[in-house]
Design a protein around this ligand. Sequence first.
Ligand SMILES: [Zn+2]
Length: 271
Amino acid sequence: MDIIETVSNGMRGYNKFSIGKSECGNDILCVHRGGYGGKQLIIIGGIHARECYTALVVLEQIAAFGTGGADGAYFIPLVNPDGALFFEKGDAQCSEFLARHVDEHRAWKANALGVDLNNNFDANWGTGAQNRRSPYSHGYIGEYPASAKEVRALVDFTLNVRPNATISYHMMGGELYWEFFQTGERKRRDKAFATALADYIDVRRVDGDLGSAGGYKDWCVQYLHIPAVTIELIKQGSHPFEAADLALEIPLNAGLPRYALSVLKESEQGK
Ligand SMILES: [Zn+2]
């Protein structure tokens, strides 16, 4: 598969736009569906290179979302296109760093500069249990928060949209993470949101921060004070995964954006 081409083709017919460019100059594409007057979601996939087929889950959600209603969602299937191309084909593109690590491309998570994008957000940055201090296939936090072009683009876009919740797709584990030092009413609200989503797609809700730091979910919770979840698809197996390994997850997750919006509205009415 060529996931970059698949994503671009899968967004054809919708009003796709770029939220910014990757380190090697690939567009990070986005589609909005639904209305703008109601609640808004941001859904991302493919922030980790070897998890790039999560983009297929997001593409299916675009098709399933339909039109109508005031609520809407922004879909960003592939946040790390450079990493995805390297994972799939060993193509280092603009990156001398990747060119020196072609042997490791099937295990790659980072971007073209060896920054782990899901460790580069400004949320207790650099305190994660698995953090690294120099470029690597995974775990490198970057020179400073949001130093990676892909992260800067996603941060700026998210601040523009000010979504009511975000969903991030990873693999693997069959789990959903939601907690990042929330307390009180926000903790109760976010736990209820997480429970509903985990039940809907039949994954296990995992409580606790578990040494996480610098992730998109972490930043959304800490900085925007919104419910944000990380979903780890695929219950068993080992990397590297193929697109076909998501055959069950793609239909199971297709309706999740609409469902998540309904949960947000119910929780507001229940206050
Ligand atoms: Zn991941």
